[in-house]
Write a protein that binds this ligand. Structure first.
Ligand SMILES: [Zn+2]
Length: 112
C-alpha cells in the first residue's frame, strides 16, 4: 500500500523499476442508468464496467419486462395505461404526452 500522501481518488501513483515516479488515472466509474422519460435512476440495473457487465447473465443486467433498463416502472405503467385508453378510444393521440407516443407504438401486444 502506498503512503497516505500518495493516495488519491483520481490518480494512482507508482514508482517505476527505474525509480521514475508516474501517475496513472484510475478508470472512471460508469454513471447510473436513468429512465428515458423522467430521468430517475433505474432500479435493477447494475452500475459496473463493461468488462464486469459481460460476466453477468442477461437477466441480471436489466429487469425482465417491456422496456426494462429503459423506462422506470412508473413511466412504463403510464405508457401501458395510455395505450389501453387509446385502444379503447377514451383519449386521442393529441391527449397523450408526445414523449410517450414512441413507447406506446413500439409496445408489443400482451396476452388479452
Ligand atoms: Zn421514468
Amino acid at each position: 500500500m502506498p503512503a497516505r500522501r500518495n493516495r488519491n481518488a483520481t490518480f494512482r501513483h507508482r514508482v517505476s523499476p527505474g525509480g521514475k515516479p508516474s501517475r496513472k488515472k484510475k478508470s472512471d466509474k460508469p454513471s447510473k442508468s436513468r429512465c428515458a422519460l423522467c430521468a430517475n435512476v433505474l432500479g435493477g440495473v447494475p452500475c459496473r464496467s463493461p468488462a464486469a457487465l459481460s460476466k453477468l447473465a442477461k437477466t441480471q443486467k436489466r429487469p425482465e419486462r417491456p422496456f426494462g433498463g429503459v423506462l422506470c416502472s412508473n413511466c412504463l405503467a403510464q405508457v401501458i395505461r395510455d395505450k389501453v385508453r387509446l385502444q379503447q378510444g377514451l383519449i386521442s393521440k393529441e391527449d397523450v404526452d408526445f414523449r410517450r407516443l414512441k413507447f406506446i407504438t413500439s409496445l408489443k401486444r400482451t396476452a388479452q
